[in-house]
Design a protein around this ligand. Structure first.
Ligand code: HEM
Length: 458
């Protein structure tokens, strides 16, 4: 069944296609192979064979929930020791998935989001204080580092009433260091034939997981001692029973969910904001338009209300376009629920799976045109969106297991971009060339910007 799927030509018996590919950039290597091999291809690593899909028609077929479901494999499966049966890493058949989904989904309703808005503003204020100090001192800012501080504080405060004090630290919070360690380790596990080759890294990973657990256990203990907060995610995890079955999450599962949300809730949003700021700094025309929109919709000084964020239509398109070129969760896996034929051509047995290469789907010239590599937010104006084929823009995955935090991320990121556009001019270093680091998620490496206060700004 596999034989008709193209694969790279030079294969070594043991190393597969690994040679000539960098262990540090498996996703960007796959993009290169994709361009050579077409809309569906396979790669071999050691004794394993992986199928990649990115052509828009095949990807749309895989979005059919009647025939396909999320597959917990590769990087996601490697995170099981950290996140267990938490929402992101749960197998479809695990009862805790539906239970946690039903208990936590109301935490992302419009009403809940409106409640998070003032906290998101307060964290954004801390970022801007931090940036004002850099500006006064004539220092450039570390964009991914600062966006990570911002998004970690946002999810910690809104979800768990917790303050990591990220902006008061000169180095990343140890929680972030441990998280980056576990994500990088999970990615590296895919690139070695035998995990024992990573013995030393495995020990460090154990220590990182222990640190994550300890942080979370402290946070949960404090909440139980202090009593319920204001109905945040942690209150729901600890106190809400399922509306139909009356079941509650057990203590071990709460721990897994807290880690899941602290990690999934900030790493990808931080990357999305960082890529968007990179593109803004390189496209003065786009920046001018986005800034004019913020001035018009929010006015020069007023604190934006919850409803005013979604009204930044163009800023949102900037974000969508950044997520098109660099979807910060760059792939997701789908498995066949029953024996089926993918795209009418590729038979798949029940349980067989493939990776949807979102980062390449988002560059399919048949959908996005010959200039797919160009940054252009107008691709997301309503008319363009209406006329595009469905399932061609998937930064948040698809179906029942798509991102539960999508609205949260978009609200937070649009709010922050609006505030930054209103307050600062961004000057990029002309010598900077975008380099993308991979640790399952994507992040622009070494991106720094110089800031100026806008003349008309408050
Ligand atoms: C799932 C992307 C922000 C929590 C997913 C998936 C993707 C994704 C692609 C599906 C993964 C798969 O199919 O294996 C993103 C991106 C974000 C973002 C690009 C930011 C720009 C967030 C935020 C939260 C969050 C802010 C929480 C506050 C989750 C959870 C899941 C998930 C819990 C698992 C859902 C389930 O399986 O039921 N995300 N995400 N994400 N995301 Fe996000």
């Amino acid at each position: 069944e596999l034989f008709r799927i193209p694969r790279p030509p030079h294969r070594l018996p043991l190393l597969g296609d690994v040679l000539g590919a960098s262990r540090r950039t498996p996703l960007q290597d796959s993009l290169r192979f994709a361009r050579e091999l077409g809309p569906i291809f396979r790669r071999r690593a050691f004794d394993r064979e992986f199928v990649f899909v990115w052509g828009s028609e095949l990807a749309a077929d895989m979005a059919d929930e009647a025939r396909f479901a999320k597959h917990v494999g590769l990087g996601v499966a490697n995170l099981r020791p950290v996140a267990g049966d938490g929402l992101f890493t749960a197998y479809n058949h695990e009862p805790n998935w539906q239970l946690a989904h039903d208990v936590l989904a109301p935490g992302f309703s419009r009403e809940a989001m409106a409640g998070y808005h003032p906290m998101m503003l307060a964290v954004a204020d801390r970022l801007m204080d931090h940036w004002d100090r850099a500006l006064t001192a004539g220092r450039s800012v570390d964009v991914p580092g600062d966006m990570t501080k911002l998004t970690l504080e946002t999810i910690a405060r809104t979800g768990f009433g917790h303050d990591f004090g990220s902006f008061e630290r000169s180095r990343p919070h140890p929680f972030v260091t441990a998280m980056v360690g576990t994500l990088s380790y999970a990615q590296r596990l895919n690139t070695v034939p035998w995990p024992f080759l990573l013995r030393r890294a495995a020990r460090r990973n154990e220590a990182d997981i222990a640190h994550l657990n300890d942080t979370v256990d402290d946070l949960v203990r404090a909440r139980i001692a202090d009593g319920p907060g204001d109905g945040d995610l942690l209150d729901r995890m600890l106190g809400t029973s399922h509306p139909q079955t009356g079941e509650r999450l057990c203590a071990e599962n709460v721990r897994r969910q807290v880690i899941t949300f602290l990690v999934a809730g900030h790493e990808t949003t931080s990357g999305a904001l960082s890529f968007a700021l990179h593109y803004l700094s390189r496209h003065p025309d786009v920046t001018a338009r986005a800034r004019a929109e913020v001035d018009r919709v929010w006015g020069p000084t007023a604190t934006p209300g919850y409803d005013q964020v979604a009204r930044l239509r163009y800023v949102r398109r900037v974000l969508d376009e950044a997520l098109r070129l660099w979807p910060t969760a760059p792939a997701f896996a789908r498995e066949a629920r029953e024996d089926t034929v993918l795209g009418g051509a590729h038979p798949m047995r029940r349980g067989a799976w493939a990776l949807v290469l979102t980062a390449m789907l988002h560059r399919d010239p048949e959908v996005w045109g010959a200039d797919a590599e160009r940054f252009d937010p107008d691709r997301f104006d309503p008319k363009a969106v209406r006329t595009r084929a469905p399932h061609t823009f998937k930064p948040f995955g698809t179906g029942a297991r798509a991102c539960i935090g999508r609205q949260f991320a978009l609200h937070e990121a649009t709010l922050v971009l609006g505030l930054l556009l209103r307050r600062y001019e961004f000057r990029s270093d002309p010598a900077y060339r975008l380099r993308v680091t991979e640790r399952l998620t994507l992040m622009p490496e070494g991106l720094r910007l110089n800031l100026d206060r806008r003349a008309a700004a408050p």
